[in-house]
Design a protein around this ligand. Structure first.
Ligand code: GLC
Length: 578
């Protein structure tokens, strides 16, 4: 297959918009640290804040701009910390507030920003308010801060409505009243240990405004807002009228997700963020039916960014990726927000495994073709980092880690694995502690003998940071080179559009103007090599271990007027300077 790349742009995806407000977050590369699994400072097999702090120079050298930490608050860990008992305390398993303070200061000294995870949709059943609400029984004023209801049926034995938990089973759990009789039910969109707050109650608003200030005062640079689309529920908590509601998520409007009322909350939070110097940001985890609905969270007086889950869920398919890139740039451009890009996080099968699997999906149990998955994952990373906007990396993807698909059931901890009786909930596979060095577990994750809370595969010795450092063919060095180039060519993250170039089926080719003399990103998503003719220039970086073969198109002329023929291997991306 051979194709001449024309210089003419085929489409400019986003409308031209005001580019004056180019703030740090608009093109930031943000690295997600999952504190349980990043680095264990005290040798108890569980990652902690001092462990993260000690490894921050690694992240500075990797070349990212900011770190987002999943929750480290006081929590019984029913959902790995997304069940918060005290929003102003660090769980002892992770350290204490001084450690959090230390982490933020050290990061800032290294030029890294720090974003913390805020969980406002629900708390833990061990949160003081909820414990008191249970203790005081029906009529307690504290019960109004949650969704307590009488059950249906002659004896209140049926849940108040038909909503299902995202983790499987009903979204309601019946309480036992202080006198021992079966009592009211309470709503939990996730695990029973995660009661939903009632955001119609002013005390809930007041509490979260205060929590925001608490962490902003400590110096954090912003918040990733967990389940940002869930806070407001439709009045009267109406039935949905279907079972298997999980299948409807993301495509149909739901009475508990993406209600218009959430936007007023984020307008209030934006005012608080703006009171602080240094552009503190809010990032929405908002699963919405369309990208356009996600963009509503990013209007100029609301939050700054939202995760692009549609991009994450797009298979390794050129046409599908082309479409989602255009759609994302247009939707975000329309509200003046940067597009964001993400391939992996702590809730989905790592992309090196997703792309190895012909069936797709984000909760996979099959390892698939490891080599194929890694080749595509590396190419996907170069594609993502060449797009305008902000990119999110998940710890360990820079090592090319696959998901651990063969964890025995008895070590799994994902609550949805147990709720759904093994049907779903395979998130532990992407949460295995990452390998830093050495030939035996815990591979430098913590001190020798300290173990790791999920077992690490024997094959990870060769994937450790130490094993990959200095090996030009390694995935780690590919990330380092790509991030260094992104810094050298700030235009890569800037702007709101790409210029698509004509390319054969299965190939993506676009130009990013303003990046040096001219920058092309060429991605071959097919299983065969392709030959493209480019106007001249040289390769900057290839996702394949070997640089691409490039010869003058006109058959050997030292100063080719007809361009250069570049052979791009199967499942490979190339950054090319012209
Ligand atoms: C978000 C988190 C996920 C958690 C859920 C409930 O989706 O990313 O890990 O289980 O919210 O808090």
């Amino acid at each position: 297959m051979s194709q001449h790349l024309s210089d003419a742009p085929r489409s400019a995806a986003a409308p031209a918009a005001d580019a004056s407000a180019r703030d740090w977050w608009r093109d930031a590369v943000i690295y997600q640290v999952y504190p349980r699994s990043f680095a264990d400072g005290n040798g108890d097999g569980m990652g902690d804040l001092p462990g993260v702090t000690a490894r921050l120079p690694y992240l500075r050298d990797l070349g990212v701009d900011a770190v987002w930490l999943s929750p480290f608050y006081a929590s019984p860990q029913a959902d790995a910390g997304y069940d918060v008992a005290d929003y102003r305390e660090v769980d002892p398993m992770f350290g204490d507030l001084n450690d959090a303070d230390d982490l933020v200061r050290t990061a800032h000294a290294l030029g890294l920003r720090v974003i913390v995870d805020l969980v406002p949709n629900h708390c833990s059943d061990q949160h003081e308010w909820f414990k008191q609400a249970l203790r005081e029984g029906p009529g307690s004023a504290l019960r109004d801060r949650f969704h307590f209801r009488a059950g249906k049926g002659a004896h209140g034995e049926l849940p108040p409505n038909d909503w299902e938990s995202i983790f499987g089973g009903p979204a309601w759990t019946r309480t036992t009243e202080p006198d021992g009789t079966p009592g009211q039910w309470y709503l939990h969109l996730f695990a029973p240990e995660q009661p939903d707050f009632n955001w119609d109650h002013p005390a809930v608003h007041e509490e979260f405004r205060s929590v925001l200030r608490f962490w902003l005062d400590l110096g954090t640079d912003g918040f990733r807002i967990d389940v940002a689309h869930g806070l407001v529920k439709a009045a009267g908590l109406p039935d949905i009228g279907h079972s298997e509601q999980l299948a409807l998520l993301g495509s149909a409007p739901m009475p508990y997700f993406d209600q218009d009322g959430v936007h007023e909350i984020y307008r209030g939070w934006r005012r608080i963020l703006d009171e602080y110097p240094g552009e503190r940001i809010g990032v929405a985890e908002a699963w919405t039916p369309t990208i356009e609905r996600a963009a509503l969270y990013l209007r100029p007086d609301e939050l700054h960014q939202a995760f692009n889950f549609e991009y994450l869920a797009t298979p390794w398919d050129a046409a599908a990726l082309h479409k989602v890139i255009d759609k994302s740039l247009a939707a975000m451009g329309a509200v003046g927000a940067p597009a964001t890009w993400v391939l992996s996080n702590h809730d989905v099968t790592r992309h090196a495994t997703r792309f190895a699997n012909p069936h797709g999906g984000t909760q996979l149990r099959e390892a698939g073709d490891r080599e194929l998955g890694l080749r595509r994952a590396r190419a996907a990373t170069l594609l993502m980092l060449a797009l305008p906007g902000s990119a999110y990396l998940y710890q360990g993807e820079e090592l090319g880690l696959p998901d651990v698909t063969d964890l025995p059931d008895e070590v799994r901890q994902d609550p949805s694995f147990f709720r759904a009786a093994g049907q779903d909930g395979f998130r532990d596979g992407c949460r295995v502690p990452i390998p830093w060095s050495g030939t035996e577990p815990p591979y430098g994750f913590g001190p020798e003998g300290g173990g790791s809370w999920l077992p690490q595969p024997a094959s990870w010795a060769q994937l450790s940071v130490a094993a990959q450092t200095g090996d030009p063919a390694s995935t780690l060095e590919l990330y380092r080179s790509a991030l260094a180039l992104r810094r050298e060519l700030p235009a890569l993250g800037a702007g709101r559009s790409v210029q698509w170039l004509d390319a054969p089926e299965g190939v993506l080719a676009f130009r990013r103007d303003g990046a040096g003399d001219g920058f092309l990103c060429l991605v071959n998503l097919t299983a065969e090599p392709v030959v493209l003719t480019v106007p001249g220039g040289r390769p900057l970086l290839s996702s394949a271990a070997q640089p691409p073969a490039a010869v003058p198109a006109a058959g050997g002329s030292p100063d080719p007027v007809d361009g250069i023929e570049v052979t791009i291997a199967a499942d490979t991306a190339i950054w090319w300077a012209i």
